[in-house]
Design a protein. Structure first.
Length: 255
């Protein structure tokens, strides 16, 4: 079986209209992507902003009357097709998995998805088991990879650690696996808190890592503070100062 993907470039304000029309014409799915390499960094919690210029990809069955689709979109939306591609059917789960192989950070630390083989790893490797999901942080972003490399080079053995803006919990888990005495993982996104709890359990670090939201009270002081992916307004900055010991090692990474 094959599929027909028809693509359009639209302004942000036109996305709702063209999406409604495409669905009415029988589109099986619609995806948005950045049309002009205009990156969006760290949107506010609960918001999904779009780019100013959006590429809209509509997927149809291979039997669709493409000419009819093009004519309808032109007449109703005054938008023309920019690209048409025929897609062969594949095992899409496996296609997505190809984009997330095992990754090494520093000398010993590895992040391995469930579908990748770990037989290539050395006996002294530190392995984090993690699949990509909705929360931020699986090692593919530069800020996360820099922090993972830092932990590999500077193991926080017997230190008290706070991971502020924990996302998936990847940095908290890395700190725990490198011998931290205790780790607190904090985030202001409920999805991140849930994701962190699942990943901490998967990596058997529940005895070392405590997870809670930013609104939860905290009276512990840390030796190592890692802050990534949070918006640093006065409220958050004040929290950071209250969590660190007077003499502490602080590794701070901004989005």
């Amino acid at each position: 079986m094959s599929w027909k993907q028809i693509s359009f470039e639209v302004k942000k304000s036109e996305t709702d209209l063209i999406s409604e029309v495409l669905m009415g014409l029988g589109s099986l799915s619609i995806t948005y992507s950045d049309a002009h390499d205009d990156a969006i960094y760290e949107p506010p919690v609960g918001q999904t902003p779009l780019w100013d210029n959006v590429k809209v990809n509509a997927l149809f069955s291979s039997e669709v009357n493409q000419k009819s689709i093009e004519t309808s979109i032109s007449d109703i939306c005054n938008i023309v097709v920019i690209d048409t591609v025929t897609l062969k059917d594949r095992v899409w789960e496996e296609e997505c998995q190809k984009d997330f192989p095992s990754m090494r950070f520093g000398k010993r630390l590895w992040v391995c998805p469930s579908w990748d083989n770990e037989s290539i790893l050395s006996n002294d490797s530190i392995v984090i088991h993690m699949d990509p999901g909705l929360a931020f942080g699986t090692g593919t972003h530069q800020t996360t990879s820099l922090c993972l490399e830092y932990l590999d080079s500077n193991p926080p053995k017997n230190l008290h650690v706070i991971d502020f803006g924990c996302g998936t919990g990847i940095l908290a888990i890395a700190a725990a696996k490198f011998g931290a005495k205790s780790v607190i993982a904090i985030d202001n996104d409920p999805q991140a808190v849930l994701s962190s709890k699942e990943n901490v359990a998967k990596n058997k670090c529940e005895n070392t890592i405590t997870i809670h939201s930013i609104n939860h009270g905290n009276d512990r002081k840390c030796d190592l503070l890692i802050a990534i992916g949070m918006r640093f307004d006065d409220r958050v900055t004040g929290n950071l100062e209250s969590y660190a010991k007077p003499v502490s090692y602080t590794h701070l990474t901004l989005p």
